[in-house]
Design a protein around this ligand. Structure first.
Ligand code: TTP
Ligand code: MG
Length: 362
């Protein structure tokens, strides 16, 4: 069966969030990391946007060196809370395309869409849609790679950054990989590169040409791994990262920013309905209800209420949401996105299981 695996990686992630929130920074070099202190600062760059990369700046570069190369840059300290929030939002969106979802770092995830797409036209459509949805809801760009293995999907997502989509068909993967430097293979770093180069291996095509037993003789385990990736034989599955569920939430971005109360109410009702389908299906009850509102320009507010007991009551929840919304109804600014989060969860099935276990143990 055909395998369609996507690797999604946000572009210049921390920097993109800062540019989103400060439109003045658009088209300027933005560097997130230690304080440069006029060139005397210690520490390194976390990341920088693509404008800054034109000056040769990159992650892990000493901040003092960065300052020498690009003194006119905008240097910012990281705001992790904001990045975690944005990451969470993006991951929810990616996960909404497929249950086979594996987050691998703050800004990258795999999904397996083999059961959702029949052909490459479907893949093209889905990836474009995913990119748009992330941009509209979270305001940052993501690059996506598609291939029949995780490792090639990862190499592909990096191919046309930023905001790129690269789909590698099975009949094209050798041509795609062959001219690439061997360090594109995850697991071949600077050190092993030197060693491979000494043996005359520079590009992935050189690995494809060698028989497996020679690779193992010369480079051991690392050689076997590199050979399998180069030949499209990485069979690793997208592991479902069982995210420890602390809340369930849903949000919707309006097609056009709005302050039409009726439209907002309809959307909130729809979200509440959907959430309670989940509540019923997964036998969840919750104590805390949160309303999230994002205004034009990405300013985001949340307001919560915690009940003294757990509930599954849909009608009560929408009443609370409308109560929380009142604060914003006087605001003239238009709304871009709204969402509801239910947290402080207990799962009934878990409670029953626990009771059963204690019963057995006794
Ligand atoms: P990356 O995905 O490696 O980089 P990036 O998203 O900034 O840029 P790219 O477009 O090339 O994907 O890392 C994700 C985030 O992790 C990055 O925004 C900041 C953080 N990070 C560090 O703090 N230090 C580091 O050395 C690296 C590599 C990343
Ligand atoms: Mg990234």
């Amino acid at each position: 069966m055909k395998r369609f695996i996507l690797h999604c990686d946000l572009d210049a992630f921390f920097a993109s969030v800062e540019v989103r929130d400060n439109p003045d920074y658009q088209d300027k070099p933005v560097i997130i990391g230690a304080d440069p202190k006029d060139g005397k600062g210690r520490g390194v760059i976390s990341t920088c946007n693509y404008e800054a990369r034109k000056f040769g700046l990159h992650s892990a570069m000493p901040i003092s060196q960065a300052f020498k190369r690009c003194p006119q840059g905008i240097y910012l300290r990281p705001n992790f809370k904001k990045y975690h929030e944005a990451s969470h939002e993006v991951m929810e969106i990616i996960n909404s395309y497929s249950q086979k979802f594996q987050q691998v770092s703050i800004d990258e995830a795999y999904i397996d869409i083999s059961e959702i797409c029949v052909n490459f036209d479907d893949v093209q459509e889905l990836t474009l849609n995913l990119q748009q949805k992330v941009y509209e809801s979270v305001g940052i760009t993501v690059s996506i790679g598609c291939a029949s293995s995780k490792s090639i999907a990862k190499i592909a997502s990096d191919f046309k950054k930023p905001n790129g989509i690269t789909i590698v068909k099975p009949e094209e993967f050798k041509e795609f990989l062959s001219p690439m430097d061997i360090t594109r293979i995850p697991g071949i770093g600077k050190k092993s590169k030197e060693y491979y180069n000494k043996q005359g291996i520079r590009v992935i095509g050189d690995i494809i040409k060698i028989p497996l037993h020679r690779m193992i003789e010369k480079f051991g385990k690392n050689g076997k791994w590199a050979w399998e990736i180069a030949n499209g034989l990485d069979k690793r599955e997208v592991k479902n990262s069982m995210r420890d569920r602390k809340s369930i939430s849903k949000e919707r971005t309006f097609f056009k920013d709005t302050n039409d109360f009726q439209e907002i109410l309809t959307k909130l009702d729809e979200i509440n309905e959907k959430l309670h389908e989940k509540v019923q299906k997964d036998k969840i009850s919750y104590k805390t209800i949160t309303l999230k509102i994002r205004l034009e320009g990405f300013l985001t507010y949340t307001r919560s209420k915690t009940l003294p007991y757990h509930t599954q009551n849909k009608e009560k929840t929408i009443d609370i949401i409308l109560e929380l919304f009142k604060e914003f109804s006087k605001d003239n600014r238009k709304i871009r996105l709204i969402g509801i989060k239910l947290s402080n969860l207990t799962s009934r099935s878990k409670i029953i299981q626990k009771d059963l276990l204690s019963f057995v143990n006794e």
